[in-house]
Write a protein that binds this ligand. Structure first.
Ligand code: MG
Length: 293
């Protein structure tokens, strides 16, 4: 099922959505006692899921604003760098990677960093251009994994049982800051640098380990790959992260971007004001954002 975080006349609520029929059903109309946001829904999902079926005609999705599905994460978004071979190579060849060892094509262990919760914006939200702070704005199409059941010391064999669902993420990056400051945090964490959405698709509907991921800028196809090409797959990422950090329901992992980002081109194709970034992940959704002021 698809679950969205909606806003109708200033009132925020979680809803079951049918994107084909362009209709939605507020969770509270299906489960009377339900209160709260997407993280609460993830926590209570096993108890209420049998009631989460469309009842009646539903309401028109076009009349509500779609917010990021997890617009106020309880903590930072976990992110993975250089997690597709061809992207690891293009990043190293670009000269922007101050973290690579000489001649390294892919890291020997997952490269983990985070983006603060404050970076999250919704579908259709404008990505701030941050003029005067960065002049090298770049996009990164990524599959977002939403954790369901939390835990520490999760093993690979059990890891997929901890995946609640999937969403689409744009890991927006200021390349000049990423390079200058060596640690990636600043270049990845400016306000508005984590477009997310348009909804969460539950894991039973999608094979997150084998789906196409594509990104267009102003209609030009830039990224075109499949999540089966991840260097470190989803179970490995969950095992690595949870070894010493207890994962919590509603945690989000951005799994890394394939080749074709702006710095993969010579000369680089940095984003400009007015550029439209469209990311499509098979059976998960389409996320579109424009670069603003
Ligand atoms: Mg990334």
């Amino acid at each position: 099922m698809k679950l969205a975080n909606l806003d109708l006349a200033g009132e925020k609520f979680i809803a079951l959505v049918d994107t084909d029929k362009t209709r939605y059903w507020p969770i509270q109309s299906l489960v009377a006692q339900f209160r709260g946001g997407m993280v609460h829904l993830v926590q209570q999902f096993d108890q209420i899921k049998r009631d989460l079926e469309p009842r009646g005609e539903g309401l028109l999705l076009a009349e509500a604003a779609i917010l990021a599905p997890i617009d106020q994460p309880r903590r930072n978004i976990f992110c993975v760098g250089k997690n597709y071979h061809e992207h690891a190579a293009e990043f190293q060849n670009s000269g922007f990677d101050s973290s690579a060892k000489n001649g390294e094509h892919a890291p020997e262990a997952p490269v983990i960093f985070t983006k603060p919760a404050s970076t999250v914006i919704g579908p259709g939200g404008k990505i701030p251009g941050h003029t005067g702070v960065t002049s090298q704005l770049d996009y990164e199409a990524e599959l977002g994994v939403v954790i369901g059941k939390g835990g520490r010391g999760i093993k690979k064999a059990d890891a997929m049982n901890h995946v609640f669902g999937y969403t689409v993420i744009n890991d927006v990056t200021a390349r000049d800051l990423q390079k200058l400051h060596r640690q990636w945090f600043l270049g990845k964490s400016l306000d508005g640098f984590c477009p997310m959405g348009p909804h969460v698709v539950t894991a039973d509907e999608v094979d997150g380990q084998n789906i196409d991921i594509k990104c267009w800028v102003n209609g030009e196809l830039r990224q075109n790959s499949n999540t089966s090409k991840l260097v470190f797959n989803i179970p490995t990422l969950i095992e690595t992260l949870s070894a010493g950090i207890e994962l919590q329901p509603g945690d989000v992992i951005a799994t890394g971007t394939p080749a074709g980002v702006g710095i993969g081109f010579n000369p680089p194709k940095f984003l400009q004001r007015g550029d439209l970034i469209r990311i499509e992940i098979q059976n998960v959704g389409v996320l579109e954002n424009e670069v603003g002021e």
